[in-house]
Design a binder for this molecule. Structure first.
Ligand SMILES: [Zn+2]
Length: 382
């Protein structure tokens, strides 16, 4: 398979898990999970998703459950931070569009972030684009018809935009450089592109998400922007939880190119991360098989919890999932009931922790029900 950034052939996966793969929508897809590290540019990528266009058009319903639904992306001072609020703050903290600037949200989804940006900056002229008609209902109330486009970008939009935003878009596409080159033609002479992508160094589970076919590193992002003919203005791994934010511009000079030593360090780091995760998954599968007769539960009913259930060969051994998010109580995950941690049965013997390994131990330590001395806690990474 060819590197999505530099075109180099990569034949040996650094992470290789048997089918099924798991999408962020919790759809199980009958393909293996294979992750490759490019030795030439330091990019990390996964195999193409079968029927990728159809997947996004009709099966990928991101935050479609309700108009208000928003993903929780962290806590600050005891208060929840919602993803679209964090994104809007990141954009306005990084770019300073001129009065009356033309703004396009590319891959907008419901465009909740753009709506929050224009609430703070009512002078901006918002536009949206996506590859599904599902979002029209969310757009219609506040955007004029000629500011919305689906499937094909209107020709009249060439050279129009002072700012294009793309939140969590490029990890989904087969050829990110082509998309960015296309976006560059939509930018006005001094226009800027702001985008965010997951950072798998901060959340290793990103490597397991079936539709995330790219896992950008700092060095591969620099190469991507450079190849698109844009100048890098800012790259930041701290502005959004678990993500890189990138600002690049039509005009201006790029910094000096990425050095060999930097790429080598990134490659080594990426390979080690993949190897660790590969080992952790195998260890977990063995542990689940060896403990199949014991009464078991999963802590965490998000993507990691769904991943554990996908790896569990015999699901009936898992009696329930527990989660701190009360919105999930009473729901099911692959037919396994999701309850409050307080509902963990006294007879439960083993709990598999389905959370980002970076936060898993601290999160488990804060749940009283998981402190029973008799309980066997199993973490994804030892
Ligand atoms: Zn490459």
């Amino acid at each position: 398979m060819r590197c999505r950034i530099c075109g180099t052939a990569n034949d040996r996966p650094a992470l290789d898990l048997a089918a099924p793969a798991l999408a962020s929508t919790y759809e199980q897809i009958a393909v293996p999970t294979r992750v490759y590290v490019c030795a030439s540019c330091g990019h990390i990528q996964s195999s193409d998703l079968p029927d990728i266009a159809e997947f996004y058009d009709t099966r990928y319903k991101c935050s479609m459950a309700s108009e208000e639904f928003d993903q929780l992306c962290g806590m600050r001072d005891g208060r929840p931070i919602f993803r679209t609020d964090a994104q809007a703050a990141a954009v306005l903290g990084k770019v300073f569009p001129r009065l009356g600037a033309q703004v396009l949200d590319y891959g907008a989804g419901k465009a909740a972030t753009l709506r929050k940006i224009t609430a703070q900056r009512p002078d901006l002229v918002p536009h949206v684009f996506d590859v599904s008609d599902d979002y029209h209902a969310s757009w219609r109330g506040w955007l004029p018809e000629d500011a919305m486009a689906t499937y094909t970008v209107p020709e009249g939009w060439n050279g129009r935009f002072d700012l294009i935003t793309a939140h969590y878009v490029f990890e989904h596409v087969q050829a990110p450089a082509d998309i960015i080159r296309g976006l560059a033609t939509l930018l006005a002479p001094r226009g800027q592109l702001f985008f965010s992508v997951p950072d798998c160094a901060a959340n290793v589970g990103d490597l397991l998400v079936a539709e995330h076919v790219s896992h950008f590193t700092e060095v591969s992002l620099r190469r991507l922007v450079d190849d698109a003919g844009l100048a890098l203005v800012d790259i930041d791994a701290g502005a959004l939880p678990g993500a890189f934010t990138v600002v690049c511009s039509v005009s201006g000079k790029s910094e000096s190119p990425v050095g060999h030593a930097q790429i080598e360090a990134a490659v080594e780091d990426a390979r080690a991360r993949c190897a660790r995760l590969n080992k952790a998954c195998r260890r977990l599968e063995q542990k689940m098989a060896a403990n199949a007769a014991r009464r078991s539960a999963i802590f965490g009913a998000g993507f990691y919890g769904a991943f554990l259930l996908t790896r569990a060969a015999a699901k009936p051994q898992i009696e329930l999932c527990i989660d701190n998010n009360h919105h999930l109580w009473g729901t099911t995950l692959f037919d396994v009931p999701v309850r409050s941690p307080a509902d963990l049965p006294m007879g439960t013997e083993i709990v598999y922790v389905g959370l980002n390994p970076g936060v898993a131990r601290a999160a488990a330590a804060s749940v009283p029900a998981l402190q029973r001395p008799s309980l066997d806690l199993v973490f994804l990474e030892e």
